[in-house]
Design a protein around this ligand. Sequence first.
Ligand SMILES: [Zn+2]
Length: 222
Amino acid sequence: MTLRRSLSTPIPEIFFAAEQILQALKKHDAGDVSDADALLRAANNDIVRAYTEQAWGKGATARYGFLSISKAPPHFPLSDRPRPRMPNASTRAMVIARDGYHCRFCGIPVIDPTLRRLVSSCYPSAVGWGSTNDSQHSAFQCMWLQFDHILPNSRGGNSLLDNIVIACAACNFGRMEATLEEARLHHPLQVDPPIAWDYHAEWDGLERFRGKLRSASASSLY
Ligand SMILES: [Zn+2]
């Protein structure tokens, strides 16, 4: 059986949008909120939105050719799944320390949702985040940091360090409750982390800007 690194192959536009967001926050850091706003708007593009939609939309099982494996772990009812359902704060910190701010499957940069909320609170018009997919900034949506269970919690997977990896929204919600074997994926911790763009070493999930964004969101930029 041929295994793959990720379900979808990331498109260049995702990395370009990430560069635009990085440049935007550098402008923000320098006090140039007008340029920052323009760059954040430019990073919200329909090509990235279409990529995410195809990656996590309906029909994933057929689209990705998931297998039916005999003797695969069963789907447990909610009451029988290992707890906690999500990793605690100390495990999350260890996962970040190990994986950094890139998806362990496809290698795209990711951004913590609490950081995205800070950017959105500073630039609410440029970085919209409504309740529908279409109303959410496409690049922040695609690069939404997820703590993904390698063996899904619904299949008996725990929330400890060895069973959690950093993933992007497309990789997490594309696989859903499938095991690695069913999804024909390599074990993400048994292959080298993908290095998919030039900013890999520099990319810290924008965390270095957190303090500046917090103080800016307390005042009003506009
Ligand atoms: Zn991914």
